[in-house]
Ligand binder design. Sequence first.
Ligand code: 0O2
Length: 211
Amino acid sequence: MAVSVFGAKEIIEGFEDSSFLVTGRCAIDILTAKLKIVDAELFLELGRNVLVHTDGRLKSAESILSKCRKKGYAPTYENVQEKLNDLIGVRAVCSFEDDVYRMAEVLKTHKDLKIIKRKDYIKAPKSSGYRSLHLIVEIPVYFQEERRWVRAELQLRTPAMDFWAGVDHQLRYKKGKQEAVLIGEELKEYSQVIAELDKKMVELRGRIEAM
Ligand code: 0O2
């Protein structure tokens, strides 16, 4: 495909013309299946489920454009493919904070999953207060007699982190309004409260397991 500068319409057409939509959806299904398999494996070890739920999405054209603007990339089809790691996104909500790391450790052993980048926003939260473990991964998708390594962003987090991120996303992150600054500090404070709650929940589970 030729390099061109384009808007939302062209991005949609560019992706629709390519096999991106098909391989992208397959990548979401494969990653989701992997998460469920790891959950089943850990269930045998721990006697409880670690995976609460999963979610997958292909990034919308509007979101692609706004990210290109934010990062200063010319919104070309090639730039988008090459530089944006989260065109395909899968989220795994795990019961407890230590389950997030358990899940990531098991995934590391999968030979058909390459971990390209690991960003631990739990140990080092973003300045907004955002917490999650991000893995930029590549998985093989077989399509039209070809094996393609498809890149995706896997976000692992607890229900508390997910709740915070959802509220933040709705109220502030996507809006860029003036009020965002005002609520930013308050949201950051609540992120701390949630971090403490996550720690207390792990301690509580430990006490329950020891009974
Ligand atoms: P959406 O709508 O969720 O897709 P990189 O090039 O990898 O360094 P990138 O992609 O900006 O840069 O990576 P980052 O910041 O590690 O992760 C981006 C994604 O994490 C975001 O995607 C959000 O999903 C989530 N995220 C990061 N920071 C925040 C935050 O402060 N609040 C919330 N609610 N989510 C956050 P998008 O594309 O921005 O949005």
